[in-house]
Design a protein around this ligand. Sequence first.
Ligand code: C2E
Ligand code: CA
Ligand code: CA
Length: 397
Amino acid sequence: MNIQQLNILVVEDDEFERGMITHSLRSMGIVLLHAVADGKQALDELRQAAAPPYHIVICDLNMPEMDGLEFLRRLSQEQIDVAVIIISALGNKLLISAERMAKMYGINLLGRVEKPLLPERLRKLLNQFSHFSSPNNNTADKHYALTEILEALEAHQFSAFFQPKLDLMTGRLIGAEALARWLHPDDGIIGPYAFIPALEQNNCIETLTLFMLAQSIELYSLLHEIGIDISVSINIAPVLLDNVSLPNKIWQQVMHAAIDPRCFILEITESAAVSNNAHAMESLARLCMYGFPLSIDDFGTGYSNIQQLTRIAFSELKIDQSFIGDFLDNESQNIAITSSLELARKLKLTTVAEGVETEQQWEALKALGCDAAQGFLIARPMDQKEFFRYAQTIDKH
Ligand code: C2E
Ligand code: CA
Ligand code: CA
């Protein structure tokens, strides 16, 4: 899908702003466009919307009648399936809290934008959405039942894709992150947002994770055989840490392949990494004891403090891509990145920037002393075969 095909609802009380946003969208070639003045009208509009349904709601936070926060809660309660971009003139802090709240309500949040709205930033979020809802399917609108997902797991329809991680100083390939994909027989390649939450909520994520580990071990071995030694990172869902027997299963699998656990980095989201859950602590401590490097994923979204971060022996910190997006022209994002890097240096953690999409971001992050980068500038996630070829070509440089 390209962005001209998107159907967008704008929710903004200020008439001038509303005009500005719709004007920007029109100039991007978007024609399916409707604007309302508050949350109530927006809900009515979404409930009534027949075909085509809205893909995206662009929503102001501060509005009379029903504000953006209440609107997001209602969206979640009524299970209205639409992606959301939140905007506000009240500063990035509010936006970050609202983002967190929206995610907790299970909203498909595309991103947040500070006013005055930069059309470029908006276009990027829309592009991102249209990219992930292609090719030739409308998986962004599609909802899969848990039974369907579990059947697909059983039928081996899942696959690990890998995204390269490069050393920012030398440009060398140092790692890969395994990202789950569903190779759906009818709908094409489906991203994790369509199945991970369902698997997590129903305690069924372990099978997928151990499968991702198996595929990562396979990739590692293939590359090791031809003399390319990189680490492979695997995402560990927070709920998995509640299961204190998981670390041993991971370790067994790696031992069985006779590989050093140091080659498999386990990524844990920041909020899970600093949780007060005793089981999670036990799991993390055990993984660390086995020698697996632990990485704090999505750093910057969880409000952890130094004390919490020093409780566990992490080795890597991944700065969330929402900070990389527009840090070059956004002061608060810039501060967030600079202080994350400083914190990481003090804690002796390797730093990885996620979502690096431009040369300028690459150069700026390098200048700030960030260690490694991942992002579309380097390469999109690719299947094992393609990654194998990629690793060989980039290794020659
Ligand atoms: P994540 O761990 O933060 O992974 C990075 C996501 O950013 C990936 O999305 C990747 O495709 C995307 N990305 C990489 N570079 C760029 C860029 O330059 N720009 C933009 N806009 N995006 C970029 P993906 O593959 O859709 O995965 C989404 C999330 O799903 C992951 O976020 C991770 O939290 C989760 N996930 C993926 N695979 C697994 C898995 O096997 N287990 C668990 N528990 N979660 C997984
Ligand atoms: Ca990750
Ligand atoms: Ca991340």
